[in-house]
Design a protein around this ligand. Sequence first.
Ligand code: TPP
Ligand code: MG
Length: 309
Amino acid sequence: MRIGRGAPNDQSMENAGGPGIDGAVKSLPEALVRQLEEHAYRLRRDVLEMVTAARSGHPGGSLSSAEIVATLFFHTMRFNPREPKWPGRDRFILSKGHAAPVLYAALARTGHFPVEELARLRKSGSHLQGHPDQTRTPGVEVSTGSLGQGFSVAQGAALAGKLDGAGYRVYVLIGDGEMNEGQIWEAALFAAHHKLDNLTGLVDVNGLQNDTFVADTLITEPIVDKWRAFGWHVLDVDGHDVRALAEALDVATETKGRPTMIVCRTVKGKGVSFMENNPEFHGKAPTPEQLAQALGELELARSRRQAGG
Ligand SMILES: Cc1ncc(C[n+]2csc(CCOP(=O)(O)OP(=O)(O)O)c2C)c(N)n1
Ligand SMILES: [Mg+2]
């Protein structure tokens, strides 16, 4: 059984990155950075193809989370896709459950189920429903979609890990709009009170929620100050920078006595010009023509990246 960081059978990921001796955090080798960027590119393609085929779904908040999810699944977390319920696995909870497409893409690309099944997103009888279902999909820890709830479940999982003396970590991804939920703040108090240092939160700060901007709905800034005031260790990173994300995740692992929140600054719809920062694509699929344009843009950006541009 392979229990290690990242994707199964990807030996190149084995020894890269991670906390070094004396708690120092090693910088990521360039080759690993390139691999994680490639994984994020692949997740974006999958998301766009899935929601186009389904003719519904949530592309915007899936695209903003691509690097976050890629870094967690292909670098930081320990799990075994052949034994999704392995007790020692790190737990990932997608509290912003509408971003299910990016989670499904990561689960498929790490071998939890065949990649071909992604084409069945939102189809009748498919295990890939519009929001994650823990009873049906291998690798889905918690059924989410009602915002705020996944974050609370994460506290419970982290507390259980502490009480059991288990070594797993809990990772939970929330949205900046999701921070409007009162339930988030009770859980934030709870995690600090119980010193849940085996819990890492990530907030995808893309500035948008549903059909409008977060700042026009309920102001959440200054986000860093708020989490800090609630007793969390807070890191503020570019959420599209896989190196910054991987290093922040390692710092979180090294942090003792309090939970860590990684504030990830992102762009909703990242990578597709007509989706970026556009509330319209929170919950709308592209047309087949728009898909072709979107994939072309991703491909161009990828070629430029590979050429070092
Ligand atoms: C309790 C609850 N209230 C309202 C909704 C409807 N809803 C779905 S997505 C969304 C906006 C979420 O915004 P954000 O958390 O910022 O997600 P992202 O921008 O990353 O897509 C809302 C209000 C919900 N799913 N659950
Ligand atoms: Mg948002």
